[in-house]
Design a binder for this molecule. Structure first.
Ligand SMILES: C[S@@+](CC[C@H](N)C(=O)[O-])C[C@H]1O[C@@H](n2cnc3c(N)ncnc32)[C@H](O)[C@@H]1O
Length: 183
C-alpha cells in the first residue's frame, strides 16, 4: 500500500483543512497517511505527523500531484509515495501547488487532469488509480451546487469523485456549510 503525504502549506490548519485531512485518513487509513511540514498535535489522532518538509525527506519513487503537471497519473506509474499540497483551493486556481511545491523539487509530477479537485478527492482519485482503475473509468462531477437552506445554495468550484452517484463531499464540511457557520 503506498503512502499518501500531505505537505501542509497554509499558515495554519484551517477548520476546512482539518476536516479534509481527517476525511483522507478515513479514505486511505491512518497508517498510510503522513502530514508533513506541521507540528499541529491535533492531527496526530489520524495521521503520522512530520515537522520537516517532505522535500527534505529524500524520498525515492515518489511523485507530486499537481494540476499543472504535463503527464496524467496512470495505474502503471506505481509510485510508493504520492505527495499533495495541503493548501486551500482558490477560484480561479493560482498555481499554488507549482509555486510552493513542485517547482522546488526534482520529483516527477502527475496531474489528475487539469480541473482543480478538493484535496481529499485528489487523494481518493489517486488511490483508485494506484489500486488499478484508469482515470477515464472514474466518474466525476465538476462545480457541485449544494443546497443549504430554502432558496439558498453554494457552488463548490472543484471536481469531485462520484461514489454511488453522489459527489464525495466530507460530511463535516457539508454540515458546517448547511448551518451557515464559517470555517
Ligand atoms: C485544493 S488543491 C489546491 C490547488 C491550488 N489551487 C493550485 O492552483 O495548485 C490541493 C491539492 O490537491 C491536489 N490536486 C487537486 N487537483 C488536482 C489535479 N487536477 N491534478 C493533480 N493534483 C491535484 C494537488 O496536490 C493540490 O496541491
Amino acid at each position: 500500500m503506498p503512502i499518501y503525504i500531505i505537505e501542509h502549506l497554509d499558515r495554519t490548519v484551517y477548520q476546512w483543512s482539518f476536516f479534509e485531512y481527517r476525511h483522507i485518513s478515513k479514505l486511505v487509513g491512518k497508517k498510510n497517511l503522513w502530514i508533513t511540514h506541521t507540528k499541529s498535535s491535533r492531527l496526530k489522532e489520524f495521521a503520522k505527523i512530520i515537522p520537516q518538509s517532505v522535500l527534505d525527506l529524500d524520498l525515492k519513487n515518489a511523485c507530486i500531484l499537481d494540476p499543472l503537471a504535463e503527464e496524467t497519473l496512470t495505474p502503471e506509474d506505481n509510485f510508493e509515495y504520492y505527495i499533495f499540497g495541503g493548501i486551500l483551493g482558490d477560484d480561479p486556481p493560482t498555481e499554488k501547488t507549482k509555486k510552493f511545491l513542485s517547482s522546488k523539487s526534482s520529483l516527477p509530477t502527475r496531474n489528475l487532469e487539469p480541473e482543480q479537485m478538493a484535496t481529499d478527492n485528489a487523494v481518493y482519485m489517486t488511490k483508485l488509480i494506484a489500486d488499478g482503475t484508469p482515470i477515464e473509468s472514474i466518474p466525476v462531477v465538476t462545480d457541485v451546487e449544494l443546497d443549504l437552506r430554502e432558496g439558498e445554495s453554494v457552488i463548490l468550484p472543484y471536481k469531485y469523485v462520484l461514489v454511488n452517484g453522489k459527489p464525495l463531499i466530507c460530511k463535516a464540511i457539508m454540515e458546517k456549510l448547511k448551518k451557515g457557520e464559517s470555517f
